[in-house]
Design a protein around this ligand. Structure first.
Ligand code: AMP
Ligand code: MG
Length: 402
């Protein structure tokens, strides 16, 4: 069995990314992948401006004057036009143009005024409270790199640069279906021995979060002919085909057999828990990922194996996972041999330390363990049981502004 790291590396180095490029309005681009580097079309800020409400002045004047005289004002959008002479200052508001001749701003809370006279109540340094022209980005400077997934943060930056539209990659088309004679569609009654198909819902939701186009093929019975027909159709219609179930070694597990017939398998078992059976390979015109049937396994292997592969195919620069050290507050059961992504709930304790507790039973069919969690507890392949009080690595689920 391949280790998780080697399997992922093999999959990532074998897939080739060649997405198309399209232009898109910035306002519609949330979650899309930037297809070209962005260089700043202008200086940011475009002019030197005040960072405070107060008074703009020339720092050198203070050595000769006890107080300065206000001779004009500069408001945001209404610059002061004129000359600021020695001994003079200008009333200025946040975001307003720093008048020619001034190099600093004092906030209004730090002065006393008497009519037009302004007396400084604090020591000042040249350049204070000023956002200098080009201080954040100079015109022509690289601002964002191709492959960046557009988040609200990037939209804020691109809007500040005046980018009304941007080049993005065309999203991947992903075909998805579930396999299993026991599976029933939501809305239908279930009979003895049947269960609802939850994997398709969970995987489609994960795909939607990544902004891919989903082709939902529904539930396919455990029948090689039907699976073959579905594979063939999906191969023609999608860049990537994802299935769940039927990839193990049971009597009704046909996924691997059909994949071998129509395409090729790169690997089909990896040393990870949940999720040992996991087929990765190719159909003639698409990448294939056969995820395990157990709902937690399907969800976790999607996140930890399928997602990075899809991200590479989509032209994304995938973010590396951020692992943090936390102290476990309850013992964890673990056998050496597979890398485990156990489900945990992390919080900071009274002394500010990060601690984590298991969500309880870790059965790979128990989706509740995912819902109660806010992180994975990542336990290395050769790790055994963990005692309470020991340090482990955790990976928090995605953050708000990611
Ligand atoms: P399999 O990988 O097909 O052997 O399935 C492993 C376990 O996952 C069995 O208990 C299946 O009933 C269950 N399972 C398979 N597919 C799904 C699905 N789409 N939704 C919920 N459970 C599933
Ligand atoms: Mg099955």
């Amino acid at each position: 069995m391949l280790s998780y790291e080697i399997a992922l590396q093999e999959a990532l180095s074998s897939v080739v990314s060649s997405p198309q490029v399209e232009s898109m309005l910035l306002k519609d681009s949330l979650g899309r992948v930037l297809a070209s580097d962005i260089y700043s079309p202008m200086n940011v800020p475009p002019f030197s401006q005040s960072a405070m409400d107060g008074y703009a002045f020339k720092a050198a004047d203070l050595s000769s004057y006890q107080s300065l005289t206000v001779t004009g004002q500069s408001l945001a959008g209404h610059p002061f036009i004129g000359e600021v002479k020695q001994g003079q200052c200008i009333r200025i508001m946040t975001g307003a143009v720093l008048p020619a001749g001034c190099d600093s701003v004092i906030m209004q809370e730090q002065v006393e005024t008497d009519g037009e006279e302004v007396r400084f109540q604090a020591t000042v340094s040249q350049g204070q409270c000023v956002r200098a022209c080009g201080h954040e980005y100079e015109q022509g400077e690289l601002v964002l790199e191709k492959g960046c997934v557009i988040s609200p943060r990037h939209i804020a930056l691109l809007a500040s640069l005046g980018c009304k539209s941007i080049d993005v990659f065309t999203p991947l088309t992903v075909a998805i279906f579930s396999t299993g004679d026991e599976l029933v569609e939501l809305g239908q009654p279930i009979e003895q021995g049947q269960i609802y198909d939850s994997n398709r819902y969970s995987l489609i939701a994960q795909l939607a979060k990544l902004n891919y186009l989903v082709k939902d093929y529904g539930i396919i019975a455990d029948c090689p002919k039907k699976i073959e027909a579905a594979f063939t159709r999906a191969n023609n219609e999608a860049d990537v085909v994802i299935t769940s179930g039927g990839v193990s070694v049971g009597d009704a597990d046909y996924t691997k057999e059909v994949l071998e017939k129509l395409g090729n398998i790169e690997f089909w078992r990896i040393a990870v828990k949940p999720g040992k059976p996991l087929a990765f390979g190719y159909l003639s015109d698409s990448v294939f990922l056969g995820l395990p049937g157990n709902p937690v396994s399907a969800m976790v292997t999607f996140d930890k194996v399928a997602k990075p592969v899809l991200q590479k195919l989509a032209g994304e620069v995938s973010s590396t996972s951020l692992l943090q050290t936390a102290i476990v507050s309850s013992p964890l059961k673990k056998k050496a041999g597979r890398l485990e992504f156990q489900r945990g709930f992390a919080s900071t304790n009274d002394s500010g330390e990060l601690s984590v507790i298991s969500t309880g039973s870790q059965g790979s069919g128990m989706v509740g363990s995912m819902c109660a969690a806010n992180c994975y507890i990542v336990l290395p392949q050769e790790q055994g049981n963990v005692e309470a009080g020991e340090a482990v690595l955790i990976e928090l689920f995605a953050a708000n502004l990611a």
